[in-house]
Design a protein around this ligand. Structure first.
Ligand SMILES: [Zn+2]
Length: 68
């Protein structure tokens, strides 16, 4: 389930999930090499972590391959 060894650049949390990596790419751009965990991404975008989870569910429903 964890994708390689991606770490949150803000808090250092390791082993980010595939969904976390996927939503980083969706929200920050496919070329982004900086990944954030769910909490830090929510902080950065000034939304609630639940809003991010909802977005992940939306993308999954669209059949996006970045998510599992
Ligand atoms: Zn973090």
């Amino acid at each position: 389930m964890a994708t390689k060894n991606f770490k949150c650049i803000a808090c250092g949390k390791s082993s980010l999930s595939k969904n976390e990596i996927g939503i980083n790419k969706k929200l920050l751009g496919m070329k982004s090499k900086n990944f954030y965990c769910l909490e830090c991404l929510a902080n950065l975008l000034e939304v609630e972590p639940q809003d991010i989870l909802d977005k992940i569910e939306d993308f999954k429903r669209d059949g996006c391959k970045l998510f599992e």
